[in-house]
Design a protein around this ligand. Structure first.
Ligand SMILES: *[C@@H]1O[C@H](CO)[C@@H](O)[C@H](O)[C@H]1NC(C)=O
Ligand SMILES: *[C@@H]1O[C@H](CO)[C@@H](O)[C@H](O)[C@H]1NC(C)=O
Ligand SMILES: *[C@@H]1O[C@H](CO)[C@@H](O)[C@H](O)[C@H]1NC(C)=O
Ligand SMILES: *[C@@H]1O[C@H](CO)[C@@H](O)[C@H](O)[C@H]1NC(C)=O
Ligand SMILES: *[C@@H]1O[C@H](CO)[C@@H](O)[C@H](O)[C@H]1NC(C)=O
Ligand SMILES: *[C@@H]1O[C@H](CO)[C@@H](O)[C@H](O)[C@H]1NC(C)=O
Ligand SMILES: *[C@@H]1O[C@H](CO)[C@@H](O)[C@H](O)[C@H]1NC(C)=O
Ligand SMILES: *[C@@H]1O[C@H](CO)[C@@H](O)[C@H](O)[C@H]1NC(C)=O
Ligand SMILES: *[C@@H]1O[C@H](CO)[C@@H](O)[C@H](O)[C@H]1NC(C)=O
Length: 816
């Protein structure tokens, strides 16, 4: 805003002879040296001017202060905001009682500094900081004592200039606030204000009337953590200090004196920071807020999450659902979200006997922390603990500058930043945390599939014994069921999966006879079968004792159906009837790798080239599971002899679980002991498998020369002795492959290191094996080097750590 009024302003010293007499330059106002419209004074350095002006679109006359040397962006300070002079008769002078006043032509006082302590010979002075001060002259003529009795910096308008103090009296709650103009043509007090809130953790609030409109986030000693731009742009500019009588203030100053910048709240509620570009000589806007809808306080309501990159921008935090679904779907998010399932504390409070698992935390990175943070003196490592142990704690965050913050009650005004911000941990029931990254998709899918299955079940029960098909099974596309299913749903979620009938499978497996049993996995037996059309299948009959509910079954099915990779066994279909849950896989006539690898005769068929291809194939299968498939999957049960691995849909990539599904001997220590699995625990299992393939020895049944060492221990021993090739299967003719074999063993040892973070990712493994990484790192000692004397890993959890039977024919490990 460049003031057109400016051109009408002249330095008009009516009583210039007094000026010569009493002051140096035109920067003061005294009783005799007053300014009359359109007069003005200029600060001694010439930077600021005080005088009469009219805002754009108004003829009213106001007294204000603005930049003089450079075009003014706005008027920093206005004296008579509420009472303009209607004509050009206005005068600013020192009144008889020593106050600075503005009077109209009728000598009516429109504005006064209104301090009682001024003496008669007071004077006002415009300083080079832009501050207009009122000085009380000592009446004792033998001294020159002056005292400042009033300053414009303490009676601010809409602009916070350098060295101004936005202050709050913590005892009386009196505040010095910025107040916006009513409109660009009306400087009277508008609805927006900016205040400094030092109680609790200091923060700056922008208000619309009495409604909070935007907040800066907590002060961390250097910046406000809810303004990511601050860290990079004007670090160190701000400081907080203690003033007199219980006031605390926020101020800023720029180290670079020539840097002209300030903060200004516009009449439309935008708080912005213009700065003068010295080079190109114009005002730039460095920063402004609200910049997006997510900046508006509480846009998404309690427990809502605002992300400008999403559409719609509001969503509920995980574990929460819209409080009022209809309003929410109409884009009125203010009512926010409510918790979907009870926290452990609530369950206890509610007298539930099923207290269940301890709550956990949802981690949200780069966010603006919610309002009403409570500060705690806890150190970083205790912050989480403290929150977890207090039922009223809904979330916590730790910032190195602030320390430990936690929240009770509603979490409001959480938004995502593209950078900066804070990591927030939101308390959730454990059940919510064990959900998937793609939780909603899975749930939606599962619900759909469940519906589908029940519908079909009912439908088939209806048509029971009507007819039997001699085909593979009932295609989902069967005409009579199509309408019921909804074309899109079955296509999207089940792809080519076939729904088999129980009686059909029973017939194919001779009523699940032991003779047809291929083996026993963690989740029930696997049977070989032959359909009426002659096609061979493998049927995994999930044991009821497995504890797998329909939901889990559906999840698994949905996930597996999406995983199609040539190195993985294909799921053909499923069956859910009469409490039975069955998965139907393609049959792998080559049987498991173990039947070759650990068979003294057959293993000779596996020369090094073959073994290497198998290793490479497993890697790529795993990479597909970890990275490429649409759902990230952790295999959790990778081994040489059991391929119908359970694939856990609906799990985090690092999560805690009480159910250990792996097979002893292949499980990473953190998984076997603590039930924590991650991609890195699959990498561990892969490492074991790799060493088994290279050595031709089984990690689980190790009774070779050195009884006290496991396969991993033996590998480590040879590694340390610099004799790794001794580990290689004597059936392999090492010949020219020595380097490659050594490299593989090195990788195997890297994969089986004790600490998950030391293990490479599967993609790195592929690069290592294929010689794309020169100079492999040296491994640390692997886990489980001592031979375990018991099959129990010490875990008392419900687990299926069985040695799987030797004859399982399904395998994911077969290079095909
Ligand atoms: C003054 O107001 C008019 C109309 O409201 C607008 O077009 C013009 O841009 C304004 N000038 C300045 C300098 O703000
Ligand atoms: C001056 O201050 C007194 C109390 O300090 C108050 O009652 C009065 O309204 C004020 N006058 C103006 C013009 O602000
Ligand atoms: C004026 O100031 C001088 C020096 O500080 C002091 O001695 C004298 O008493 C003062 N006079 C009055 C009237 O206060
Ligand atoms: C009072 O101020 C005048 C002008 O600034 C100066 O010449 C004089 O010495 C001062 N007197 C005292 C007592 O400081
Ligand atoms: C500025 O002064 C006026 C009159 O003295 C007073 O009414 C107003 O509240 C003051 N404003 C601030 C922000 O202190
Ligand atoms: C400010 O509040 C008023 C009254 O509640 C409302 O009409 C207006 O839309 C609000 N302004 C903004 C920018 O939110
Ligand atoms: C949004 O919902 C709230 C109640 O939750 C209601 O008070 C408000 O009027 C609604 N706003 C709009 C724009 O519909
Ligand atoms: C306690 O349990 C009852 C019945 O199961 C439920 O309606 C109520 O919402 C629960 N209380 C809380 C605080 O969730
Ligand atoms: C839990 O937090 C609340 C709120 O800060 C506090 O009043 C209460 O004393 C805490 N309880 C425990 C057991 O720490």
């Amino acid at each position: 805003m460049i003031l057109p009024g400016k051109v009408r302003i002249f330095s008009l010293f009516i009583f210039s002879h007094y000026a010569v007499k009493f002051c140096v330059g035109g920067d003061v106002i005294t009783a005799s040296e007053y300014i009359q419209d359109p007069g003005s004074i200029i600060s001694s350095g010439g930077l600021y001017r005080l005088g009469f002006f009219s805002p754009n679109g108004s003829t009213n006359r106001y007294v204000g202060i603005w930049h003089d040397k450079i075009p003014a962006y706005n008027v920093f300070w206005v004296a008579n905001r509420e009472k303009p002079v209607a004509d050009s008769s206005g005068v600013m002078t020192i009144s008889d009682d020593g106050n600075l006043v503005i009077m109209n032509g009728k000598k009516e006082v429109l504005w006064s500094s209104n301090v009682s302590t001024s003496g008669a010979n007071a004077k006002a002075q415009l300083l080079d900081s832009g501050n207009l001060i009122l000085l009380k002259q000592s009446s004792n003529t033998s001294t020159n004592d002056t005292a400042m009795v009033w300053e414009s910096f303490q009676n601010m308008s809409d602009t916070l200039m350098a060295k101004m103090k936005l202050s709050t009296n913590v005892r009386t709650n009196e505040k010095q606030v910025l107040t916006s103009w009513k409109s660009p043509s009306d400087p009277s007090i508008g609805s927006f204000s900016v205040s400094f809130e030092p109680l609790n953790i200091p923060e700056v609030f922008l208000w619309n009337g009495s409604t909070l409109y935007w907040r800066s986030g907590p002060w961390n000693g250097k910046v406000f953590i809810g303004i990511p731009q601050m860290a990079s742009v004007y670090l160190d500019g701000f400081s907080i200090g203690d003033g007199e009588e219980g006031t605390v203030y926020l101020t800023y100053n720029f180290a670079e004196v020539s840097y002209l910048s300030y903060f200004f709240v516009k009449s439309n509620g935008v708080l912005l920071q213009p700065y003068w570009d010295l080079k190109f000589k114009y005002w730039r806007i460095d920063w402004s807020t609200p910049d997006s809808d997510c900046d508006v306080y509480g846009k998404c309501g309690p427990f809502g999450f605002c992300d400008t990159k999403k559409s719609p921008i509001c969503s509920c935090l995980r574990g929460f659902q819209p409080k009022r679904v209809e309003e929410w779907s109409r884009g009125n998010w203010s009512s926010g979200c409510i918790q979907r399932s009870l926290l452990q504390c609530d369950r206890i409070k509610n007298g539930s006997t099923k207290v269940g698992k301890m709550d956990g935390f949802l981690k949200l990175e780069n966010v603006k922390v919610p309002n009403y943070a409570i500060w705690s003196s806890s150190l970083e490592d205790k912050c989480r603990e403290q929150c977890l142990s207090n039922c009223s704690c809904a979330a916590y965050a730790y910032d190195a500058g602030v320390g430990c913050m936690y929240w009770r009650g509603d979490l409001i005004d959480i938004r995502k930043f593209s950078y900066g911000g804070t990591t927030l941990f939101v308390r959730l029931p454990r059940s919510e945390l064990e959900g998937k990254r793609d939780l909603r998709a899975i749930i939606a899918a599962a619900v759909v599939v469940a519906t589908v299955i029940f519908s079909i079940g009912t439908f088939f029960a209806w048509k029971k014994s009507k007819k039997r098909r001699g085909k593979d099974g009932e295609q989902f596309s069967e005409a009579s069921t199509e309408n019921m299913l909804g074309k899109s749903l079955s296509k999207v979620y089940l792809q080519e999966l076939v729904l088999y009938k129980l009686e059909e499978l029973a017939a194919a497996t001779s009523n699940f006879s032991d003779a047809n049993k291929l083996g026993e996995g963690g989740f029930g037996a696997v049977y070989r079968g032959r359909l009426l059309n002659g096609k061979e299948i493998a049927v995994k009959r999930l044991s009821r004792a497995s504890g797998q509910g329909l939901q889990e079954f559906i999840n698994e099915m949905v996930v597996i159906s999406k995983v199609q990779h040539r190195n993985l066994v294909r799921l053909l279909g499923c069956c859910a009837e009469q409490d039975e849950k069955l998965l139907i896989y393609e049959f792998m006539p080559n049987k498991g790798l173990d039947t070759f690898l650990f068979d003294p005769l057959k293993r000779e068929q596996l020369d090094w080239r073959r073994r290497f291809n198998i290793i490479d194939g497993i890697c790529r299968g795993l990479l597909y599971l970890h990275r490429d498939s649409r759902l990230r999957i952790i295999h959790r049960d990778l081994k040489t002899n059991f391929g119908t691995a359970r694939i856990f849909g609906g799990k985090e990539d690092q999560a805690d679980t009480l159910r250990v599904v792996g097979t002893y001997g292949y499980m990473a220590p953190e998984y076997a002991m603590e039930g924590r699995f991650s991609e890195k625990s699959d990498v561990f299992s892969f490492g074991v498998v790799l060493l088994e393939i290279v050595s031709g020895r089984q990690n689980t049944s190790f009774n070779e020369e050195d009884q006290s060492l496991s396969l991993l221990g033996l590998a480590w021993k040879y590694w340390e002795e610099d004799n790794v090739l001794a580990l290689a299967d004597p059936k392999i003719s090492v010949g020219p492959f020595g380097v490659e074999i050594t490299r593989c063993i090195n990788v195997g040892l890297l994969c089986t290191q004790e600490f998950a973070q030391d293990r490479p990712t599967i993609s790195t493994v592929i690069s290592m094996i294929n010689n794309e990484i020169v100079g492999l790192p040296s491994p640390n000692k692997p886990a489980f080097t001592e031979r375990q004397t018991t099959t129990d890993t010490g875990s008392s959890r419900q687990s299926q750590k069985k040695y799987s039977a030797n004859h399982v024919t399904l395998t994911s490990l077969e290079g095909r």
